[in-house]
Write a protein that binds this ligand. Structure first.
Ligand SMILES: *[C@@H]1O[C@H](CO)[C@@H](O)[C@H](O)[C@H]1NC(C)=O
Ligand SMILES: *[C@@H]1O[C@H](CO)[C@@H](O)[C@H](O)[C@H]1NC(C)=O
Ligand SMILES: *[C@@H]1O[C@H](CO)[C@@H](O)[C@H](O)[C@H]1NC(C)=O
Ligand SMILES: *[C@@H]1O[C@H](CO)[C@@H](O)[C@H](O)[C@H]1NC(C)=O
Ligand SMILES: *[C@@H]1O[C@H](CO)[C@@H](O)[C@H](O)[C@H]1NC(C)=O
Length: 233
């Protein structure tokens, strides 16, 4: 009897250690899921912007990391018909430490700040050739150099778009004017109906009152109407 008992207790303790292993695996998995995007790069909710040529545009990008950063490498590249042209790159040694940045285009200015996890750039005096996709890239050595990136699209337009805008304004105001006219016409129609109805009511009242005073006159008018109707037929 005793060996059986001991065997049972051994099995029990084994099961317990198995539970502990399962629990720790679960915790690791949970942390893994929570930190799956240990580093995240974002260009914001709107992934594109439309600007006029000659203006200056902000290409926004931010990063966030739940395990912290160390020597974070970042870059901005422009997809020039397939070849990625470097616009700006740099490193952020640690959180809150000012980034070291290099720009590769005289019209590019780095305006990011490690205090706000911001790695945005400004593109000055935009030309039509600047239109296209800009990739914001970041790599955090703290997480096995995994690559993260987000794409921001720039559309460049000229004044012709403004004319389009005034055209839509004109169309909208014309449509609004027509709708307004229809409403005015309907109100006028209702008003005229109301007035006609009032006048007719007054006439009826006169008829009723006259008929109330004199029955014979009413009969007379009725016969008159009959007389008028018979020649027509
Ligand atoms: C934008 O482009 C148009 C057409 O090429 C040009 O006429 C205009 O001067 C440009 N505007 C600026 C601010 O460069
Ligand atoms: C982009 O490249 C393709 C072929 O590689 C070429 O046909 C096209 O003209 C190029 N477009 C521009 C805007 O350079
Ligand atoms: C942008 O254009 C203006 C006027 O043409 C010029 O003064 C300025 O230096 C330009 N800025 C850059 C960064 O090229
Ligand atoms: C990033 O910094 C630039 C320049 O200071 C600012 O205009 C922009 O709003 C910032 N973006 C975010 C998401 O904080
Ligand atoms: C990240 O991208 C670089 C090239 O930009 C590549 O050499 C490296 O293997 C990539 N790393 C991973 C983990 O994909």
């Amino acid at each position: 009897m005793e060996p059986l008992k001991s065997g049972g207790s051994v099995r029990h303790s084994r099961a317990r250690s198995g539970d502990a292993v399962h629990a720790s695996v679960l915790v690791v998995l949970l942390i893994g899921v929570w930190c799956a995007q240990a580093l995240e790069v974002s260009v914001g909710k709107v992934h594109f912007v439309e600007v006029m040529n000659g203006s200056t545009v902000l290409l926004p990008c931010t990063y966030s990391s739940c395990i912290g950063i160390k020597n974070l490498y970042f870059s901005w590249r422009y997809n020039d018909n397939g070849t990625m042209r470097m616009m700006c790159n740099g490193t952020i040694p640690a959180e809150g430490v000012d980034p070291r940045s290099n720009v590769y285009n005289p019209r590019v200015e780095f305006v990011g700040s490690s205090k706000t996890s911001n790695i945005s750039i400004l593109l000055w005096n935009v030309t039509f050739e600047d239109e296209g996709e800009y990739t914001c890239f970041a790599r955090n050595p703290k997480e096995k150099n995994r690559n993260h990136s987000a794409v921001f699209t720039l559309f460049v337009v000229d004044e012709i778009k403004e004319v389009d805008n005034t055209l839509t304004v004109i169309i909208l105001s014309v449509v609004g004017g027509i709708i307004g006219l229809i409403i005015v016409a309907m109100i006028l129609k209702a008003l005229i109906r109301f007035i006609i109805g009032k006048v007719q009511n007054k006439n009826k009242e006169c008829l009723v009152s006259s008929s109330g005073i004199d029955n014979t006159e009413n009969g007379l008018t009725g016969s008159k109407a009959d007389n008028k109707a018979s020649p027509k037929a």
